[in-house]
Ligand binder design. Sequence first.
Ligand SMILES: Cc1ncc(COP(=O)(O)O)c(C=O)c1O
Length: 359
Amino acid sequence: MDPAVLEAMQKPMLGHLDPDLHEILLEVVDMLRRVYRMPDGLVLPLHCTGTAGMETGIATLLEPGDTVIVGQCGYFGRRIVQIAERYGARVVTVEADWGECVSNDALMEALDREPGARMVAVVHAETSTGVEHPLAELGALLRDRDTLLVADCVTSLAGVPLDVGAWGVDFAYSCTQKCLAAPPGMSPLAVSERALERLRSRRTPVPFSFDLLLLEKYWIDRPVTYHHTAPILSIYALHEALRSVLSEGLEARWERHAEAARHLQAAVESRGLELLADAEHRLAPLTAVRVPDGVDGKAVQGRLLREHGIEIGGGLGPDAPAMWRIGLMGQNATTETADRVLEALDAALADEPAPALAG
Ligand SMILES: Cc1ncc(COP(=O)(O)O)c(C=O)c1O
């Protein structure tokens, strides 16, 4: 976490109905608009997890029986499917293997077969595999269609190029604990005008806690209307995180993430280790490395944590191939951090029988 964010959380706590706090809410919304690059529509953060941000998009923009086309090439695409099914949607999946990207052409073919589909949903940055979806291209392909584009930007916001307004994304959700370098607990959203129209013309009500039109009355309309008691310290944290992103500059921050990832990924490959993501769709903030045959991936992860204080992930879900997932996000997106991880990995692998290590 950004130390300045932690410091902001120590400030005296205003009440959720204090007008001074309401100024801070407006500043958060204004900064978030700039970070999402969303000039119109509704932008605000929800007080919830990234998953609940995902659920909000589905629960708000789909009604029972509606068709949604979901690009699924990892754990989080699958989660979109699971949630959409729970809300009674007809789900059409377009799949790709672990480490590959769902093709935009295949998504458009699915839409041609299902012209009434209300929504196409993809994961911009699939954290379970380290794959980045070509979202700008998908937005361009969908531009003249009456189908909403929903994008999971949990690991992309403030970490890789993202221009929600220009790309025609109708509903983007993210979280605070990844490239924004704040603690978990909030889910920043960007919602287009046409998604708001869809929302206003619903036949069935939306969940109260995720009612964006009610939340707008607290976050943006003045005087405020109470909706729930806001977690003030999380708002301070997000405010500082956004301030820090904008003072670094969005492009500079994207480039810092890209540089750290290039450094890490080249060094991993030079050791004879294999990256999971195909070369054309590699994501910067998250690098997935296949665990070589004969190496106990979980044991290596455990040693990194215990002996070096470095936490890396493993495969997510029961059918994930054996992998290490290395996140270089926010404060950690530097070549120095990449080198620390590499040193620790080298030390742990030196004690492993590693028949598959080529380099
Ligand atoms: C791509 C993606 N989507 C959704 C989520 C869910 O976010 P949360 O864990 O905050 O619910 C994650 C979490 O890592 C993620 O990486």
